[in-house]
Each structure stands twice: as C-alpha cells, then as structure tokens.
Design a protein around this ligand. Structure first.
Ligand code: 1GP
Length: 252
C-alpha cells in the first residue's frame, strides 16, 4: 500500500492528465451555488456520464469547500481537484489541487503571495499539487475572477500575447496551462488563441469559460484543448452533460 507521501511523489492525478492525451472533460462545481442534495445529484450524474474529473472552487466561496468535496467524493470516483480562488479555500479532501499562478496578471498576490500562505498547509495535508499557469482571456463582460484577482485579462484578439505568456509559463516549469474566459463569460476563448498556445506549448492545455453547447466544445477541442472545463451550463441544464460527453468520445 502506498503511503500518502508516495502518492504525492507519484503525482497520480497529474499523470491522469497525461495518460489520456486524447480529450478530457472536467465539470466545475462552485460550492456556493449548490445544496448538499444538488451536489449529490450533480456528482452522480457526472459519474454516470463518465466525466474525467471534477474541479471544486470559485473566485469567492463562502460555504464549506471541504463539505462539498466530501459529498462529491461519495458519488464520484474519479479525481476531485480543488480549483481555489485564494489560499483560504485550501482544505482537506481533494485528490489534488491546481496550484495556480495567474500569469496573465501582474498582481504579486496571485503570482506568489497566496502560494506562500497555502504551501505549508498543502504539505501538511499531503495534497498533490499541479502547478498551473492560469491565463485570463477577455471574453466579454466583467468576470468575478477579474474583479477578485484585481488583474486585467489578455485582450480577446491578442493571440501573440497569449502565446508568449503561455510559453513563459512552460519555460518557468509550470506543468499545465489553463486558458480561462471566466465562469459565465459571454463567449468562449478565441479559437485562434487556443491553437496558437497549443502550437508553442507541450504541457496539457485546459480551456474553460463560456462553453455552453456541444458545438462549442468540439471547436475548443479541435483547436487544441486537451481538457475542457464546463460549469454554468450544467448547473442550468444537467441533462446536457451526456451530450457533451458524446463530443469527447468522438475524439477517442
Ligand atoms: C470557470 O472555466 C470555468 O473557471 C467554467 O466556466 O461556468 O462558463 O462553464 P463556465
């Protein structure tokens, strides 16, 4: 039996990002938008549909993330990954944590400040970290993440800046990149940005924000996303999840 530190050393959740480099679908759950009952039904639906992982978090979370993770894990048996808006959201229970550096911004608190606060806690809790370059793209409308992080997103029509930012992140040793339009964004990340980033970087590429239809999801994958994240639309239409998974399966 592996000890907890062996599991961290082996980076098991990160390996699951790499092992299936076809396409993966992640469901984002914001604990503040759910009740215990709705968490049970969302997690059960995600398990049945074959969703690869669940991210838990948000820019501002006031309810118990730990409780949400515990309930989700009772019904969903693949990786449950903390996607924290800040160091305060770090808690016991997730299989891994996206250790996010907001590299599109110039706010030191989200480049290193929160990390210093969180690192000793994460170490004590024996949680695997996935160092991830988080890149905000302006997809219309002011998003919570932009406001809460006090950073400006990269303009929608500036693929050169996005690609250079992503490349710098990979050169700094980050192990995944996350192109983020922001939860509930007006539109999804510019496909040209996705394809330019994919061209210059080799680490797993996560894309999320504003993906609301199977057609959009297909476009995100065709342009180079390895992992797509959907949240808002599934809160509104849970039954759409199986249609989204059908798109993922087309790439297998
Ligand atoms: C936000 O990328 C996620 O971090 C999901 O966005 O809620 O718009 O699907 P949506």
């Amino acid at each position: 039996m592996d000890s907890k530190s062996d599991i961290i050393f082996k980076n098991m959740v990160y390996e699951s990002f790499l092992e299936n480099r076809s396409k993966q679908l992640v469901l984002l759950i914001d604990p503040d938008k759910q009740t215990d009952d709705s968490l049970r039904s969302i997690a059960t639906n995600a398990q049945e549909c074959g969703v690869h992982s669940i991210f838990v978090g948000g820019s501002l979370v006031t309810s118990s993330t730990r409780n949400a993770i515990q309930i989700i894990k009772e019904h969903f048996h693949r990786p449950v990954i903390l996607f924290p808006g800040n160091a305060n959201q770090v808690c016991e229970g997730p299989d891994a944590i996206l250790f996010l550096s907001l590299i599109s911004g110039r706010n030191a608190e989200f480049l290193i400040g929160n990390h210093v606060l969180a690192a000793p806690i994460i170490k004590n809790l024996h949680i695997e970290t996935i160092p991830t370059g988080y890149i905000l793209i302006d997809c219309g409308g002011a998003t919570s993440v932009e406001y809460m992080s006090n950073t400006r997103p990269i303009p929608y029509n500036k693929p050169d800046i996005a690609a250079a930012t992503a490349l710098a992140g990979e050169m700094l040793g980050l192990k995944a990149l996350y192109l983020e339009g922001g939860s509930g964004a007006n539109t999804f990340v510019n496909p040209e940005i996705i394809s330019r980033v994919k061209k210059v970087c080799s680490i797993p590429l996560i894309v999320g924000g504003g993906i609301r239809t199977p057609e959009t999801l297909r476009q995100v994958y065709e342009n180079g996303a390895d992992i797509a994240v959907i949240g808002t639309i599934i809160e509104k239409q849970p039954t759409l999840l199986s249609e989204m998974m059908a798109v993922v399966n087309d790439f297998r």
